[in-house]
Design a protein around this ligand. Structure first.
Ligand code: C2E
Ligand code: MG
Ligand code: MG
Length: 294
């Protein structure tokens, strides 16, 4: 029985590593599994116990510096471990199916909060592959979040990654078309990583691309990255899409993006993601242009 239990654990690890591989059982694996199971239970509880938070990071027009929208980024206010970033629990939520109730909660919560903002300020929300699974009617979920909050559809943008398109190769087009028919915008997040298949830009009804921050990070040092970013900007714009640069951390990067302009910029140079109740000064700065990006 003990041997079988150990081989089971090793099998689980091999599957978790992407299948088609093998693992030797090791003592630590058991502890790892237990820790994961505990985290899963805690996350389940967190959803019911109102421990999730949504922070918002501003997106600005590159040339004028005016505030365009906020991206909703989920956090977990863990009772013992403090405020946890999404990387520590979104992958687990994806694996366990908890991403569906979690994603619904973020959508509803963020749409409701956005109703308190000026009416020309948009909201973007990230969607994971699991939220487009067959057992989840994402179109109804989004429609419901809009309806119950009263947020006009044209103020909402949904950010998907290439993984959504890969995981749902057969159904993504239909789902995304239906989402867009609601009147929401769709953008491709982390663009430039993954396969970056240009066919996606042709096949799917996308309104924007967000250039991954790994390209922006070396914008002012490496000639290659500058060439790639400029090409992505030209490509997106000539397809009529809004091009957003993510992860703008320095003035030099911003200036570079103003010389060969993309539409929007987002990053720590302007602001980190902050709780809804701290957004006030960001609305003000966009009007006064004082601590705004330009
Ligand atoms: P993302 O959608 O690409 O979000 C941008 C991430 O980059 C955020 O990290 C943001 O805080 C970070 N970031 C923004 N500006 C800068 C910068 O100038 N420098 C650096 N180094 N980082 C910057 P965060 O909040 O940890 O989120 C990580 C990822 O988790 C997100 O990447 C998104 O894929 C996922 N995520 C966040 N919230 C949700 C959610 O509600 N649902 C789903 N499905 N995924 C979410
Ligand atoms: Mg995003
Ligand atoms: Mg991104």
């Amino acid at each position: 029985a003990e041997l079988l239990r150990m081989s089971d654990i090793a099998l689980y690890q091999a599957k978790a590593a992407g299948r088609n591989t093998w693992r030797f059982y090791a003592e630590g694996m058991n502890a790892h599994l237990l820790a994961r199971r505990q985290l899963e239970q805690e996350l389940r509880f967190a959803l019911a116990d109102d421990q999730l938070r949504v922070h918002y990071q501003p997106r600005y027009a590159t040339l004028t510096g005016s505030l365009r929208s906020f991206e909703a980024l989920v956090r977990w206010q863990h009772p013992e471990r403090g405020l946890l970033p999404p990387d520590t629990f979104i992958p687990l939520a994806e694996e366990t199916g908890l991403i569906q109730p979690l994603g619904r909660w973020v959508l509803e919560h963020a749409c409701r909060q956005a109703m308190a903002w000026p009416s020309d300020i948009g909201l973007s929300v990230n969607l994971s592959p699991g939220q487009l699974a067959e057992n989840e009617d994402i179109v109804a979920v989004v429609a419901n979040a809009l309806h119950s909050s009263g947020l006009p559809a044209n103020r909402l943008e949904l950010e998907i990654t290439e993984r959504v398109l890969l995981d749902h190769a057969h159904s993504a087009l239909k789902t995304l078309t239906a989402l867009r028919a609601l009147g929401v915008r769709l953008s491709l997040d982390d663009f430039g990583t993954g396969f970056s298949s240009l066919a996606y830009l042709r096949k799917y009804p996308l309104d924007g691309i967000k250039i991954d921050r790994s390209f922006i990070a070396h914008l002012t040092e490496r000639g290659n990255d500058q060439a790639i970013v400029q090409a992505m900007i030209d490509l997106g714009r000539s397809l009529g899409m809004t091009v957003t640069a993510e992860g703008v951390e320095t003035l030099e990067q911003l200036e570079c993006l103003q010389r060969h302009p993309c539409d929007e910029v987002q990053g720590f140079h302007f602001s980190k993601a902050v709780p809804a109740e701290k957004l006030g000064p960001l609305f003000a700065s966009s009007v006064a242009g004082e601590s705004g990006p330009v």
